[in-house]
Design a protein around this ligand. Sequence first.
Ligand code: PMP
Ligand code: GLU
Length: 388
Amino acid sequence: MSFLSQRSLNIKPSATLAVAAAALMRKKTGKEVFDLSIGEPDFPMPPYINHGIENALKANKTKYTAVDGILELKEEICLKFKKDNNLAYNPENIIVSTGGKQVLFNAFLSTLNPGDEVIIPAPFWVSYPEMVTLAQGNPIICPMEDHFKLTPEALEKAITPATKWLILNAPSNPTGIVYSAHELEQFAAILVKNPHVWIMSDDIYEHLTYDDIWFKSILNICPELASRTLIINGFSKAFAMTGLRLGYGAGPVELIKSMTKIQSQSTSNASSIVQYAGLTALKGDMSFLTEWRREYQSRRDLCLSIFSKSPKLFVQKPQGAFYIFPRLVGVTDDIQFAVGLLEETGVVVVPGSPFGAPGYFRLSFATSAEILKEACSRIVQYLENRFV
Ligand code: PMP
Ligand code: GLU
């Protein structure tokens, strides 16, 4: 019998973080690396946020804070919801945690009993099923459709009396799909008929959309779902603050209280200094995002134009986030593909299998156009040389 718990043995390590670590190891040995693995903005954190950190340090804001976050930050998050999403929340609806990941954890630990089901549409971000399993729930994977979107039919089929949550993540990691108002209306109609199903809306990429497509919350379409919806968001993607680890959730008071109780017995508050950074970030002028969006879009288009030359890749244009998720044509083993690609060309991508999509791979275009151009050309060349 292993000393390790069944819970630990039941889950896989984060594939995205594992591949990023492998890239780093390779870099350390002095080998050439074109790292398109991790989903992390390459832009520096907007400099105005530094002032928030400096001022917090000068004011000795280094003590414990309220477990669920400082009131000023929670108030600012409520203003953000009003301004960006036209949603009304009070500070008691908000929890601030150490990254969006901890918000998700708190939520699953707060709500799942053994056997409870969580519907996860494939392709999904690698961490959702593992987190559900850790919390002793059952991840129910909704099979992938050609266009990567959950369909009303698939949703209806997946719901059982044991369903606790439906996870919606759009713009999506790894596919970049964004749901239209009509699609959200269709989901909402089904959810209204199934009052036992709660909605976990992971909106962490909300600001990263392209081609005049804009994020819409399911709560704008169907406000009555607010009493059973948890919104997940954070500072990693919108403010390039990945390493600072700051996220937040917004939902019904009873759920937020339970999540706070769990956080009080694990990490306590998110870093006090980082919370002040978050406060400064939200108060600032976010016009930098217009430039980021423009730059991401042009990088996306660069990759798509290179990939369009390869008959071995089938690529759907992402409408948001910063990932492309191509299907390998005539290559069945995506893991072997990713391993071989790294060994032979130095290009790092994440295989599709851990996202619930064997035969695909994910690349992040949150890196320079120069690296993308070289890396994408190498991918096309590698496919040409190795897979006849
Ligand atoms: N949700 C999605 C869809 C993600 O891609 C990530 C990864 N950054 C997170 C949540 C969590 O991000 P963080 O913990 O850095 O806030
Ligand atoms: N979410 C990002 C990714 O998918 C960051 C790494 C992680 O937390 O998974 O690459």
